[in-house]
Design a protein around this ligand. Structure first.
Ligand code: GAL
Ligand code: MG
Length: 972
């Protein structure tokens, strides 16, 4: 029997590898043969099933679960998709066999030849020409195998990669994501000199200190005399550190087998690296033969920076930086786990444009190129090891059989990524309880890389002040804001509090983000956190046959929406019986990377320029960055008048260092004629940034200049208002009269947080209106109605009064005490078809809700009605606009209606009734109505984040008791 199969490595957690080369940070991409493309492929029902003669093909890198096999993606969060206990796997265990021929270049004769498999999930077995080569585990790190002597330069060889889907390792790769199988990153074959650079460790500090440690390894013999190492940093030559050589020469423990050399210099006037100033230097390390010729070389990009924890502050280059982070998975809607360089770059560019400066590589080491991009574009990275044992966390954390795996995964990540300036913190993994395995791994990291802090959320459970050996940071997930603030004020805090996950972005969510940031920026000890998460992991699926579209699907989606006949699949859509539904759709971007409205909220919260306040001498403007001046920005003032239009004027940004403020003169004379007025600073990039062309909006800070004057309603007596026998308003532009609404199509937060089930139990989803009394006065009509819920009767009064050009509606609703915390109190009505454009004065222009309205400036906005709605994967309440003062709905021929509200209100205009949205599970199933469904809310509940984490805060709840609101309806 094949010796690799005989080991049954898929149920042997102690076996983390066999025949695999040590991990290192030498980049071998240049000069390598790329073995990507179609490989011969067959899918076996189990790893020890016989390989047949029947081959199909499969694209590498890629997952077979999204190519032409019957093993489709499956989504589970916490639970394993099968019942076997660790380290066991199910008997039905799809195993992909990949094979291809490779012509080994003739000029590799005499050289060392290495196969690198970028990533394979979850166990990789390698054979060459039928001979066993090696084994590797960890689905998110590369494995290298020495093929020297196994292959013959100038000849053709057959490489076989056998990938077993389920294994002991799956139990520690139980992350909340789709399960796939395949070879997910590129495969390379490369050659080096037998004597080669085995590893290079770069340390570069903020005062320009550079130390480069090189390990030179021979495949057999002794290190030849006279060989040496040199470096070149941005053209400047670096010599070998002779003091280091002298000490080594005198040290009897240092043998000739492993060569070590050090380069050392101090760069004067160094340009330091930070997320704001990602300055990089080019370093080439060369290994020379005695005659000076180059035997091996390694290129690195060096960022000079320090990271340290002082007291309870995490400092980068001595500065307490705010961590505006996001959790990012390697995900793509067409390729599952395989992400291209261009896609990763697009992810990071988008994050930069929306003010993010940090990424947690949730929950495993990402593709190596991601770290290059983070270095280059400027992100602080929490690099996380591939350990999540969620379903069996407690058993595994102290199970000695898994100890090797913990050490292996953490150490190999550190060995791979240690030279990236972007990586500022190591993370031991996610949701794996806390056990001796973690402390063992922590010990290794602390010894190997004393230059970075370490974090582990599981340890934070011991207590934020003393999370034990495994965490230098208090990094809880979804901790209530009050608890964070209380901890920071308690006097007990010992380390920075940076939440590893917070503000769960499932569906219409991320309420109270602004409250988090107000607290973080004003409370020493709080430094930020990582939003959960970047992606909605919707896989593009054909509706007719239920199959994933796969690599050919580019162009089958746009603006967050799948093309007709397609949809974004979530858990259960591939026929899985064990799954966790739409919980996989919880990102700040749609599966095609279209930003959700929360991104605008975030952009504003991260604004580098702030308008602090308006005083008599003018506007106080501040630079809210850590390292940069304002010279990379340009700005324009916008004055927006409720009763007028918008005026603009050029703005000059003062020269401010980080943290400084200055008063700038008010750029406009305010017109005398009363009316609300707002001043906005439209800040854009002054030149091209690597992540944004010149003119890209960076932020839109705003201050109120003048409040609204009280509105007066003047009845006219020569007209009347018409209502029907039930007291329902008759109006030529309305197909459905205004009635009371206490309901919204539940958001994911409403459902999973438990409020929607309560609302349903009260019967709020199907309230029946009963008219009690219709009273016709001289010129107005008063209508009393009742809505009977299971928690008591709601009394609703409407007074319709004719006014100049229209009708004034005064409403009140009295909610019994038992109806505490409903979705909304307001009016809902429907219009005739054809009113396709909404213009309004209020917050916008993107969607906003009471607890997610910081980033939506007040102004005059105009959006087609069809585009007001946000196509969240699972249809739910969406499309709302906060703080609306007045709005117009018009047809192309300028007919239509205007609504003037008594005060800024939450308004929602879409093509959908709440029940249209609750009736379906996917966006492609919602059928728009021809007219508009209009909600004008006296009160609307905040969104919160209760699908995973805290609900909204009490100030955003809708209280019981009497609510009053009024509005005027005019015909255009
Ligand atoms: C966390 C977990 C994440 C994700 C999130 C909910 O507990 O670390 O992986 O599951 O909850 O979406
Ligand atoms: Mg989990």
């Amino acid at each position: 029997m094949d010796p690799l199969l005989a080991l049954r490595p898929w149920e042997a957690p102690e076996v983390t590898s066999w025949g695999r080369l040590p991990m290192n940070a030498v980049d071998r991409r240049a000069g390598a043969l790329k073995l990507d493309g179609d490989w011969r492929f067959q899918l076996l029902p189990a790893p020890d099933a016989p390989v047949s003669d029947v081959w199909s093909s499969s694209y590498v890198p890629g997952v077979w679960t999204m190519q032409d096999t019957d093993d489709l993606p499956q989504y589970t969060n916490v639970r394993m998709p099968y019942a076997e206990f660790p380290p066991q796997s199910p008997a039905a265990n799809p195993t992909g066999v990949y094979e291809r021929q490779v012509d080994v270049p003739a000029d590799w004769a005499g050289r060392r030849i290495v196969l690198q498999v970028g990533a394979a999930e979850s166990v990789l077995l390698v054979h060459v020409d039928g001979r066993p080569v090696g084994i590797s585990k960890d689905s998110h790190l590369a494995a290298e195998f020495d093929l020297t002597g196994l292959v013959t330069p100038g000849e053709r060889t057959v490489v076989r990669l056998t990938v077993v889907k389920w294994s002991d390792a799956s139990h520690i790769e139980d992350q909340d994501q789709w399960w796939h199988g395949g070879v997910t990153r590129s495969v390379l074959l490369y050659a080096t000199d037998p004597l080669h650079l085995a590893d290079v460790t770069v340390r570069a500090g903020r005062y320009g200190e550079l130390r480069v440690d090189c390990r030179v390894r021979d495949t057999g013999g002794a290190l030849p005399d006279g060989w040496y190492v040199s470096g070149e940093l941005d053209g400047q030559l670096l010599g070998q550190d002779t003091e280091f050589d002298r000490i080594n020469a005198e040290d009897e423990r240092v043998s000739d087998f492993l060569g070590e050399a050090r380069l050392r210099t101090t760069v004067p006037d160094v340009r330091t690296w930070s997320a704001e100033t990602p300055e990089l230097y080019d370093l080439t390390v060369r290994l020379h033969r005695a005659d000076g010729t180059v035997a091996d070389a390694s290129r690195h990009r060096v960022g000079f920076r320090d990271v340290e924890i002082v007291g309870r502050d995490l400092l980068v280059n001595g500065e307490r930086v705010f961590v505006r982070g996001v959790n990012r998975h390697d995900f793509h809607p067409l390729t599952g786990r395989t992400v291209s360089y261009d896609d990763m770059r697009a992810d990071l560019v988008l994050l930069k444009r929306f003010g993010f400066n940090a990424i947690r590589t949730a929950h495993y080491p990402n593709d190596p190129a991601l770290y290059d991009l983070a270095d280059e574009l400027g992100f602080y990275v929490v690099d996380e090891a591939d350990i999540e044992s969620h379903d069996h966390a407690h058993e595994i954390a102290d199970d000695p059989r898994y100890l090797n795996a913990f050490l292996d995964r953490v150490s190999r990540m550190v060995l791979r990524d240690k030279n990236h300036p972007s990586v500022i913190i190591w993370s031991l993994g996610n949701e794996s309880d806390y056990g001796a395995g973690h402390d063992a791994a922590a010990g290794w990291v602390r010894r190997h890389d004393p230059t970075r802090p370490l974090q582990y959320e599981g340890a934070a459970k011991l207590g934020w002040a003393d999370p034990g050996l495994a965490s230098d940071i208090a990094c809880p997930m979804y901790a209530p804001l009050e608890d964070c603030v209380a901890h920071a004020l308690s006097g007990e805090q010992t380390r920075p509090l940076i939440q590893c996950e917070y503000s769960h972005a499932m569906g219409n969510s991320n309420g109270t983000l602004a409250d988090h940031w107000a607290a973080i920026e004003s409370t020493p000890g709080l430094q930020g956190g990582f939003i959960w998460e970047f992606w909605d992991h919707g896989i593009l699926q054909r509706v007719n046959d239920g199959r994933p579209v796969g690599r050919g699907g580019a162009g089958l989606y746009e603006g967050g929406v799948a093309a007709p006949g397609h949809r974004w699949a979530y858990g259960g859509d591939f026929g899985e019986t064990i799954h966790d539904g739409a919980f996989i759709a919880d990102g700040v971007v749609f599966p095609d990377r279209t930003p959700k409205p929360v991104m605008y909220e975030h952009r504003e919260l991260a604004a580098p320029v702030r308008l602090e306040c308006f005083r008599h001498e003018g506007i106080v403007l501040g630079n809210h960055q850590h390292f940069r001046g304002l010279d990379w920005l340009t700005a324009e003032w916008e004055l927006s008048l409720a009763d007028g239009g918008t005026r603009t004027a050029p703005a000059e940004l003062p020269a401010l260092r980080p943290g400084e403020t200055a008063a700038v003169p008010l750029p406009f004379e305010l017109p005398e004629d009363g009316g609300e007025a707002w001043l906005t600073l439209r800040v854009t990039t002054a030149g091209d940034e690597p992540w944004a062309p010149r003119g890209t909006v960076v932020c839109l800070p705003q201050v109120p200049l003048r409040a609204a004057a009280p509105k007066r309603v003047l009845p006219v007596r020569n007209r009347s208002v018409e209502v029907d026998a039930d007291g329902l308003l008759l109006h030529p532009l309305l197909t459905s009269a205004p009635t009371l609404s206490l309901w919204r199509a539940p958001t994911d937060n409403d459902e999973l947080g438990g409020t929607a089930p309560r609302w349903r139990a009260w019967g709020l989803d199907a309230l029946v209106r009963k008219v009690v009394d219709v009273r016709q006065a001289a010129w107005s009509v008063t209508v009393h109605a009742e809505y009977a819920s299971d928690a008591g009767v709601v009394r609703h009064t409407q007074v319709f009064t004719p006014v100049e050009d229209g009708i004034h509606v005064e409403e009140s609703a009295e909610l019994p005490d038992a109806l505490a915390d409903v979705a909304r109190v307001g009016s809902v009505f429907e219009t005739v078809a054809g009113l396709d454009l909404m213009e309004w004065y209020g917050q916008g222009h993107w969607e906003s809700y009471p607890d997610r309205a910081f980033g939506a400036p007040v102004g005059h906005h105009s959006v087609p009605v069809d585009e007001l709605f946000t196509p969240y994967l699972r249809p739910q309440e969406s499309g709302g606009r906060h703080g609306v003062r007045h709005l117009t709905l018009s047809a192309p021929d300028a007919t239509g209606l205007t609504v003037v509200l008594d005060e800024p209100r939450q308004v929602c205009v879409t093509r959908y009734r709440a029940e249209d949205l609750t009736a379906v599970g996917h966006h492609d199933e919602v059928v728009p109505r021809a007219g508009c469904v209009v909600h004008l809310d006296a009160a609307h509940r905040g969104l919160g984040t209760a699908s995973c984490g805290p609900d909204t805060s009490p100030s955003y709840l809708v209280p019981p008791g009497v609510h009053r609101w009024s509005w005027t309806l005019r015909t255009l």
